[in-house]
Design a protein around this ligand. Structure first.
Ligand code: ADP
Ligand code: MG
Length: 347
């Protein structure tokens, strides 16, 4: 989806009030009745209809004709707008540039702050993949699904933000986190190529050790990246140093499947180095010895549940996020999600 910065500037303050009312109404309505939007926004019915019409034309809300009543739903475009407006009100970002990435579960844009300094805006789009799969089969989540996916995207952004902050504070090679709003994260722009695009490195052996060291440092701190591969490792253009990104799936070393996740991260790197650089080493980290070091009082030990709790969401939400992710990875039609998503339907 294209983000149009010019369009954003032309949302009037009344339209913004209406948009915010739709978002607020979504907390307990799958489709927000027009009368409720009027009530929350404190505008007269006639006026609201006109404003809703112009918001719908720009794809910020969509009209839903229900059997019982007519109403509106916030679209991803509207949610993007609200997040960017919050970031720009706080002076964190000023303008939107080009899209540089379309992930499975995110859109990545280069944006700028007021001093024209480039930053990266990551907009989470959780559920995009399985959302389509579900839609083809049957309407599992009914009218509730789009808002639920927005809610899950916000959780993913909050989780990613919490990790990026704690990792950055402990000098892990990750982008500097700048700000977070709704389903988005604003961070430092890394002038780099993803490892995936790199054909040659001066010394594959030393890059290999650097990456394995990062995996071990994570484990010593009680964490496993969980998606440590050539797409999520950026190589700085100038120095050749690696920077790790993409944290919403991080797991604790005390997770029931921790060893499996750890080995998968290690294996991804071994496999990639063998294929791409013809580099193989008999040295690679093992879970037991790496995670055991987390008992060392000198080493930082983040304890994933503590980090997550500090960022303000509960274990229930954490599990819901994990369940959605697991069901997406296994590409099953996630029948369990119906329960999960509706049971956490509170903001
Ligand atoms: P996803 O969760 O969709 O995989 P990522 O966080 O991995 O999203 O980002 C997708 C792509 O966007 C990356 O592979 C990288 O090319 C680019 N990217 C993400 N963050 C940054 C950043 N801080 N600086 C530069 N490029 C980035
Ligand atoms: Mg990624």
């Amino acid at each position: 989806m294209k983000l149009d910065a010019t369009d954003l500037r032309y949302v009037s303050s009344e339209e913004f009030r209406v948009l915010t009312a739709v978002e607020m109404g979504s907390k307990n309505h799958e489709v927000v009745p027009t009368s409720l939007i009027a009530q929350i926004s404190g505008l007269r019915n006639g006026g609201v209809n006109k404003l809703l019409g112009s918001l719908a034309k720009r794809n910020l809300v969509s009209k839903v004709q229900n059997s019982r009543y007519d109403g509106y739903r916030l679209t991803y475009g509207g949610y993007d707008y609200l997040a960017m407006r919050a970031l720009s009100k706080r002076d964190s970002m000023h303008s939107v540039g080009n899209q540089i990435g379309v992930g499975k579960e995110s859109d990545i844009y280069v944006v700028a702050d007021a001093e024209q300094k480039e930053l990266v805006l990551k907009l989470h789009r959780l559920g995009r993949v399985s959302f389509r799969a579900i839609k083809e089969k049957r309407d599992y989540l009914g009218k509730r699904k789009s808002a639920s996916w927005m809610y899950m995207s916000r959780l993913a952004a909050q989780k990613e933000w919490a990790f990026m902050k704690v990792l950055h504070e402990h000098n892990f090679p990750v982008p500097r986190p700048v700000d977070q709003a709704r389903h988005t994260i604003l961070m430092e722009f890394i002038d780099a190529y993803p490892l995936r695009q790199i054909a040659d490195v001066p010394s594959p052996g030393s890059l290999y050790s650097e990456l394995m060291d990062i995996i071990v440092r994570f484990a010593q701190a009680g964490l496993i990246h969980g998606d440590f591969n050539e797409f999520n490792i950026l190589i700085r253009r100038e120095s050749g140093e690696p920077v790790v990104i993409d944290f919403p799936q991080m797991v604790s070393t005390s997770h029931a499947n921790a060893e499996w996740y750890f080995n998968r991260d290690v294996e991804c790197i071994r496999r990639f180095f063998k294929r791409r650089f013809r580099y193989e080493s008999s040295l690679y980290p093992r879970f037991t010895s790496s995670a055991a070091a987390s008992d060392d009082p000198e080493k930082p030990n983040f304890k994933l549940d503590v980090v997550v709790a500090a960022s303000g969401f509960s274990n229930k939400e954490m599990h819901a996020l994990e369940e959605v992710r697991t069901s997406q990875i296994s590409a099953r039609a996630p029948s369990n999600d119906v329960l999960t998503l509706s049971s956490i339907w509170t903001w």
